[in-house]
Design a protein around this ligand. Structure first.
Ligand code: UD1
Length: 428
């Protein structure tokens, strides 16, 4: 694993372009399995998660050509087989479970290991399985492998107890080739769901209501070829805007859809930060040394995104007064707090709530990243802190941010990626 050394305290300035959305790209790559015709996907960022998802569909027999410089993928699945996708990759990345719906739709059978080795019926994939079971799939589980079989998927009315993004996507993909109509109630309404529906409709699917609580999918016999560009990444955009906010900088982020960032922009303004929509696809943030603490609760879209909670907490740690952050989407999503505390942030955790006593300073320290967004939060903290921060296990960052250090460097940041054995050379 690499480490990242950051010399903090430099206000970031300039313009940076947001890349395509990771969380839209991953389900769209999985959805390419629904057709035997060629699929071209544009604006797919070069990320570890994207590489892993491509490895998953290759392990099923897909032919994949990824031009990482132009960010275009060509996929052909004419020789696809209902094999078990690479167990190693599936256990590494939860999103790979999204091939389940497409495989069941195309072959009526699928075997896949449970992501992260979780037990059946426990939280992580119960809603996916409940929905697909309602569509006529019989599941059996043994040795961590789940097998699903159906003669042909049947449309069904499915109420999700929780608007899970992944479950909505798996059921929506399965529904495209099912007999009859599938209705998902209490569906997730994230922009990435709308993008997946757009992709599927461009292949000939008949989906309406994506982006609302009720999605209707009329099954069709087959899907055709397509060329489709994914939406900009709202979480990357938010992370870059927060880089400007925490360093007291002035950054314009382009290739954004401001409507996807409403909760973040509202909260930024509440702290006293200037967040101006320059035009329909650019946002300028000007940091301030006099921000106020605010309370925040993560919620499914259009609520405040859990994927920006760790990064926003850095701003709260630097703001005057007390802030309360309530995490309702994921358990254990305060893994970044330990690192922030080492950097002198005053944060107490009580269950799913974090109480932050703001102060105007963070100090550089050696810290360790524990997951993708925790890594992003530590980068923000390192950029804002006085002195030097070294983040170990930083490779999580490349799961979701492409060319991140290069792009931050262009905004004036001083940071260097290195292997631990080369630390002395970098620090010299
Ligand atoms: C997606 C995003 C992730 C984001 C999350 C919430 C991708 C690739 N990842 O993850 O970045 O943080 O949405 O916005 O798009 N749950 C169940 N049962 C299920 C499924 C989920 O209880 O069957 C629970 C999960 O444990 C979690 C919550 O629901 O606590 C949200 O999960 P979900 O919306 O499914 O997120 P993902 O699709 O995994």
């Amino acid at each position: 694993m690499h480490e990242l050394l950051i010399q903090g305290g430099i206000p970031l300035r300039g313009t940076v372009k947001v890349k395509g959305s990771k969380n839209a790209s991953l389900p769209i790559i999985a959805a390419s399995l629904l057709t035997s015709e060629p699929v071209i996907i544009e604006d797919v960022p070069d990320l570890l998660d994207v590489r892993d998802m491509l490895a998953v569909i290759k392990s099923l027999g897909s032919e994949v050509q990824y031009n990482a410089i132009d960010e275009i993928i060509h996929i052909s699945t004419h020789s696809l087989e209902p094999l078990e996708p690479s167990r190693h990759k599936v256990q590494k990345m939860r999103a790979s479970f999204l091939v389940l719906g497409p495989l069941l739709a195309r072959f009526g059978q699928a075997s896949i290991s449970l992501p992260g080795g979780c037990a059946i019926g426990s939280r992580p994939v119960d809603l996916h399985l409940k929905g697909l079971t309602a569509m006529g799939v019989k599941f059996t589980v043994s040795g961590g492998l789940i097998e699903g079989k159906t003669n042909r998927l049947q449309g069904a009315r499915i109420y999700l107890d929780y608007p899970s993004v992944g479950a909505t996507e798996n059921i929506m993909m399965a529904g495209t080739l099912a007999r009859g109509t599938t209705v998902i109630e209490n569906a997730a309404s994230e922009p990435e769901i709308v993008d997946l529906a757009g992709f599927l409709n461009s292949m000939g699917a008949r989906i309406s209501g994506a982006g609302t609580k009720t999605i209707r999918i009329e099954g069709v016999k087959e899907l055709g070829d397509t060329r489709y560009a994914v939406i900009p990444d709202r979480i990357e955009a938010g992370t870059l805007l927060l880089c400007a906010a925490v360093t007291g900088g002035d950054v314009t982020v382009t290739n954004v859809l401001p409507d996807h960032l409403r909760p973040l922009l509202a909260k930024l303004r509440e702290t006293g930060i200037s967040a101006e929509e320059v035009d329909y696809s650019a946002i300028r943030v000007i940091g301030s040394s006099k921000t106020r603490g605010v309370d925040l609760k993560t919620l499914p879209y259009p609520g405040f995104p859990t994927d920006l909670q760790p990064q926003f907490m850095v701003l709260l740690a630097l703001s005057n007064g007390t802030s309360l952050v309530t995490e309702t989407v994921f358990e254990n999503r305060f893994m970044h707090v330990d690192g922030l505390r080492r950097m002198n942030a005053n944060i107490q955790i009580e269950g799913n709530r974090a109480v932050i006593q703001g102060s105007s300073k963070l100090s550089g320290a050696p810290v360790k990243a524990s997951d993708l967004r925790a890594a992003a939060a530590l980068v923000l903290a390192g950029l804002a802190a006085e002195g030097t921060t070294v983040i170990s296990s930083v490779d999580y960052l490349w799961r979701g941010y492409s060319c991140f250090e290069e792009r931050l460097r262009k905004l004036g940041a001083r940071l260097e990626r290195f292997y631990p054995e080369n630390r002395e050379q970098v620090e010299a």
